[in-house]
Design a protein around this ligand. Sequence first.
Ligand SMILES: Cc1cc2nc3c(=O)[nH]c(=O)nc-3n(C[C@H](O)[C@H](O)[C@H](O)COP(=O)(O)O)c2cc1C
Length: 178
Amino acid sequence: MASVLMLYGTSEGQTAAVAERMAGVVEATGHDVALLNAKHLPADFSLADYDAAMIGGSIHMGSQPEAIRRLVDEAVETLNAMPTAFFSVSLSAAGDEEGQADAEGLIHDFLDETGFEPDRTLSVAGALKYSEYGLLTKFMMKRIARKEGGDTDTSRDWEYTDWDSVEAFAAAFASSLA
Ligand SMILES: Cc1cc2nc3c(=O)[nH]c(=O)nc-3n(C[C@H](O)[C@H](O)[C@H](O)COP(=O)(O)O)c2cc1C
């Protein structure tokens, strides 16, 4: 049984939901999981407490959350010496082939920039949470959605996450741990 860190960075909560779903899958295989928000790490947080790590963040303006980038930057050597997985949640991943390639490209850019070498990666389609955006963000996201052929009805939220692929990814990682 391994002690697994499930670390996420989120703005509107979709990556938290993805991490929570993955944590449930990993736990169900018998491992211990610590589900932690990168923005609110306990004072005594140490990567050395874990045998393996799954790390994920959402894309905003083309970038991973600052807290995720900082942690990966600072701990890259430790991370590269343990079993790891990385997932990135974005709207591009919900798009056509070009959008999906963009989403994959952002993952590769992040890994290149940080030197992080996870054993597996997953590009996850996120959500449009119009109900949680301020006026300006709602306007901007609606414009982006219209341009990209996404959903523009701002009276409700839209979720594009493929939960089966999220669960399969977590299950494969969990079963790779001795
Ligand atoms: C202000 C803002 C900027 C965003 N920028 C991007 C972007 O550059 N590329 C992209 O694919 N998705 C972008 N998104 C979509 C988010 O990645 C998507 O909504 C995701 O589900 C957010 O996850 P979270 O709730 O965990 O933060 C953006 C969303 C917002 C609100």
